[in-house]
Ligand binder design. Structure first.
Ligand SMILES: Cc1cc2nc3c(=O)[nH]c(=O)nc-3n(C[C@H](O)[C@H](O)[C@H](O)COP(=O)(O)OP(=O)(O)OC[C@H]3O[C@@H](n4cnc5c(N)ncnc54)[C@H](O)[C@@H]3O)c2cc1C
Length: 435
């Protein structure tokens, strides 16, 4: 018999839904919702389970949308592509390849569903670019009363502004229309650099590259700086041979790093030296590839993560405090800190709403203590008005978030209008949005 228990990728959230449904059309989504309402049950849509928060958890009806996937319309002239809500980013990228199109910006992995990614404000990096929700031009949603509604900048604009990042609080997305761009290649430049130099040149690197980010191992002196820039035509460095890609990404970044992490977990006293070793053995690589092959890297070593968007001008202070605090932690940190950037956007609950942002993500190897570290980070990030990623670990509540997001009251109003019965409630939504 199939077990009902649901668990997320990181193992930080689990739930026992009363039942699951596998809808394969907007009407079947609506039927599942009205059947749940008849039984007095709540409903959550499941993505790929890659949120670290219990955003998708439900003790009611879990909607598995994995059978509701694929492209349903594409306009090559405008670049508008409509996909079913259960489509994974990996399958989206493959489909866009065949159309000669691409997403302008993506996060680190492609396992998420399009809907899960936009609902939590998933983002990549680029000082002039926004997260995936900013690339959405239209949504079709099934509401708590079973009605199927469309929204865009012109049609029900308030619902559109609220639903682009909503953590699934307003209804179940059935289709998503994305503004894509012509397919492009990226020249990737990854190299170690002294952390001091990276911080001194942070503004220059952010402004001077299409996609800039860096990783810093808390006890190492070096950061790994990644600068990915769009290529015009066929110029730029050559592609990375597949054996080298395998060696560098699978063996060095996953297998070897996983072995270091396991050693650190077994013998915590080795964590600081291993962390320095990992930082010292970073090496330079340059190559070019289709955009999504550069954006996306395999992540096979499991970890827990918290991430805050902070006003870009606060980044250096945040990192200085974090560096000082990490040294005082009783339990050492195995994983690097990742820093990215995004442009201000207009999506009400986007972590970059209304301000140019820097993202600081902290991680710990799964199974190692992390609460003191995450608490330290959260106190630093919230002291500058930081906004937590909706899908990554944090302890913020509606009172805090109401101050962090100027359009929070508008979002709550739309929630009251579209889901007065709280058909889509779960404990995480109660924490972040209130009852
Ligand atoms: C290894 C790893 C790497 C990551 N890298 C990044 C990164 O680079 N950048 C970044 O910003 N984040 C990143 N994340 C976080 C991740 O992108 C988000 O948590 C994302 O929401 C996961 O998508 P999912 O499909 O797994 O959704 P889930 O986690 O399953 O669900 C997320 C939310 O979306 C809702 N939802 C799903 N489908 C629908 C639907 N059809 N209608 C309405 N609501 C829906 C769910 O109910 C839930 O509330 C990463 C996570 C992991 C584990």
């Amino acid at each position: 018999m199939e077990t009902m228990t649901w668990q997320n990728w990181a193992g930080t959230a689990s739930a026992d839904p009363v039942r699951r449904a596998w809808p394969r059309s907007a009407e079947e989504i609506a039927n599942a919702i009205t059947a749940a309402a008849k039984d007095g049950l709540t409903v959550r849509a499941l993505g790929s389970g890659h949120s670290f928060t219990p955003a998708a958890a439900t003790s009611g009806v879990a909607l598995d949308l994995s059978g509701w996937a694929g492209v349903i319309g594409a306009d090559l002239d405008s670049g508008l592509v409509t996909v079913r809500s259960g489509t994974t980013i990996r399958d989206l990228n493959a489909a866009l390849d065949t159309l000669g199109l691409a997403m302008a910006n993506l996060g680190d992995i492609d396992a998420q569903t399009v809907s899960g990614a936009i609902s939590t404000g998933t983002h990549g990096t680029g000082a002039g670019l926004g997260g995936i929700a900013t690339q959405v031009t239209g949504l079709q949603l099934v509401l708590g009363d079973g009605s199927i509604v469309n929204c865009s900048a012109d049609e029900r604009p308030d619902l559109f502004n609220a639903a682009r990042v909503s953590v699934g609080a307003l209804g179940v997305l059935s289709t998503v229309t994305l503004q894509c761009v012509p397919a492009f290649r990226l020249a990737a430049d990854e190299r170690p650099m002294p952390l001091g130099e990276v911080l001194d040149r942070f503004g220059e690197f952010a402004a001077g590259n299409d996609h800039f980010e860096f990783y810093w191992f808390p006890y190492g002196k070096n950061a790994l700086v990644k600068r990915n820039n769009r290529l015009a035509g066929g110029d730029g460095p050559s592609a990375m041979p597949s054996w080298r890609r395998f060696l560098e990404y699978e063996v060095m970044e996953n297998a070897a790093f996983g072995a270091l992490c396991r050693t650190g977990r077994a013998v915590p006293a080795t964590i600081k030296p291993l962390n320095r070793l990992a930082a010292a053995t970073l090496s330079k690589r340059t190559y070019s590839a289709p955009s999504h092959e550069v954006f996306v890297t395999p992540r096979r070593v499991r970890f827990v993560e918290s991430e805050y968007a902070v006003p870009r001008e606060s980044l250096l202070d945040v990192l200085a405090e974090l560096r000082a605090g990490v040294g005082r932690l009783a339990h050492p940190v195995m994983f690097p800190v990742e820093v990215r950037v995004a442009a201000a956007d207009d999506v009400w609950l986007s972590t970059a709403y209304g301000r140019d942002s820097a993202y600081v993500a902290i991680h710990q190897y799964v199974g190692l203590p992390y609460t003191d570290y995450f608490r330290l980070f959260e106190s630093i990030a919230t002291s500058v008005g930081g906004r937590p990623h909706w899908g990554k670990m944090h302890t913020r509540d509606a009172a805090y978030l109401g101050h962090a997001y100027p359009r929070f009251p508008d979002f709550l109003r739309v929630r009251d209008e579209t889901d007065p019965e709280r058909r889509f409630a779960n404990p995480y939504l109660t924490q972040v949005f209130g009852d």
